[in-house]
Design a protein around this ligand. Structure first.
Ligand code: ADP
Length: 398
């Protein structure tokens, strides 16, 4: 237990790296400072606050509204436990565990076998964090940590890990999806290699047909790998703002020239309406990739021989605005929120058969986010789709 220290008139409370200076005027103040300090260090993974910075635990408590408010404002459930009784609980703890837990045995309040083991004496109380799966609701996971607050009191903090779990699940799903997408064309190529080794390979027309299929499957794998590399590069640069000065009218004009010269069957359907817009700060290669993906989709999913239009203009707020519109079968409203998720497709068979990787819009979303822009997808089934990207203009240096 911590040795008793004199109560200073001011106490430093460190929460998540932010230092708050708190006027400590009474017994409860010192106790709460110890409580908050301990909790901040435990809950936020901060190094433990130096012993000398923590005031003594007083025998008597007096009210300190600032610290009460501070504890109440923390949205992480926190309990003060004396022996096994709950002496105090903040609002978040009451919301999670019930209004009447103060005074209860902590093992009854946190109805979870892992918590009961920790407080029941079978596990050492101060050891590592405990996972409480299913506390609150079946899908939730909380991490419980216990810190020594002195004089036989313990601070219990509960940290919601449910979102971290969801992020981990997404990562696992992504690896599984990417492996599956690569395995399918690879299995097809291996099958055709085997067949070519048989007599079928000796018939020139059959051999040519098989080689064409193998080539297409290999190209599909190549496109997928290129998109995966792009995505990971863009994500790696997420927090590094782009720094090139971009002349968007010139960039869009270059894109239109490239597509017209590409010999694509849909190139003749492309119309480019390039207006005057101020320069933006961006990443040229990424912006070109974003536009290629959007125009590529408009051409793939728009009806044959219908126009695909790129419009560059200035939005009412002064930002640069690029809209890519097609006249295709459109997208039903329920799919719109999920289209930028990796490998999400409205019709997976159709997307694959026209060379889609299912990563185009995920790449677009990350590029727009890195440019601090905004992405809007508007679609009317049976009529068509318009994807709009709004980008902030460059700030002029004085
Ligand atoms: P894909 O490689 O499958 O085209 P994207 O990430 O670019 O992958 O797009 C995801 C899905 O969104 C597509 O499979 C398609 O179902 C839908 N989609 C994208 N753009 C359009 C569009 N312009 N019109 C209709 N559907 C579209």
């Amino acid at each position: 237990m911590r040795p008793g220290l004199a109560l200073p008139p001011l106490a430093l409370v460190i929460i998540g790296g932010t230092a708050l200076l708190v006027l400590a005027v009474g017994g409860l103040a010192a106790f709460l400072v110890a409580l908050v300090g301990g909790v901040a260090a435990l809950a936020l993974g901060a190094p433990a606050i130096a012993e000398a910075a923590l005031p003594a635990i007083p025998a008597q408590s007096t009210a300190l509204p600032e610290l009460d408010a501070l504890l109440e404002g923390i949205d992480q459930p926190m309990l003060l436990v004396e022996g096994r009784r709950i002496a105090s609980a903040n609002r978040a703890a009451l919301a999670l565990l019930g209004r009447h837990i103060v005074g209860d045995d902590v093992r009854l309040a946190i109805r979870h076998p892992a918590a009961a083991a920790r407080f029941g004496g079978t596990d050492p109380v101060e050891s590592s964090a405990v996972d409480l799966i299913g506390l609150g609701s079946a899908e939730q996971r909380w991490e419980m940590r216990i810190g020594d607050a002195g004089r036989g009191r313990r601070v219990v903090t509960l940290t919601d890990q449910t979102l971290n779990d969801a992020a981990e699940r997404m990562r696992v799903d992504f690896v599984a999806n990417a492996s599956h997408e690569l395995r399918t064309p690879l299995a097809s190529i291996l099958g055709y290699i085997e067949t070519l080794g048989d007599e079928a390979g000796e018939v020139p027309a059959v051999r040519a047909r098989f080689l064409k299929i193998m080539f297409d499957e290999a190209r599909r794998m190549q496109r997928l790998i290129e998109d995966l590399i792009s995505l990971s590069r863009i994500e790696a640069e997420k927090y590094r703002p782009p720094s090139e000065r971009i002349d968007l009218p010139a960039l869009v004009a270059q894109l239109c020239t490239e597509i017209k010269a590409s010999g694509s069957a849909r190139a003749a359907d492309l119309t480019c309406a390039v207006g005057e817009v101020p320069a933006i700060t961006g990443d040229r290669a990424q912006l070109l990739q974003m536009l290629h993906n959007l125009v590529g989709n408009a051409m793939k999913y728009g009806r044959a021989a219908t126009p695909v239009t790129i419009t560059l203009d200035t939005a009412p707020g002064g930002q640069a605005r690029i809209a890519v519109a097609d006249q295709g079968e459109g997208i039903a409203a329920e799919h719109l929120p999920r289209l930028t998720q990796r490998f999400y497709r409205v019709d997976p068979g159709r997307s694959r058969s026209i060379g889609g990787t299912g990563l185009g819009l995920a790449i677009v979303k990350h590029i727009v986010e890195r440019h601090r822009g905004r992405l809007d997808l508007v679609s009317t089934p049976g009529i068509g789709t318009t994807v709009t990207v709004t980008l902030p203009v460059a700030v002029m240096k004085p």
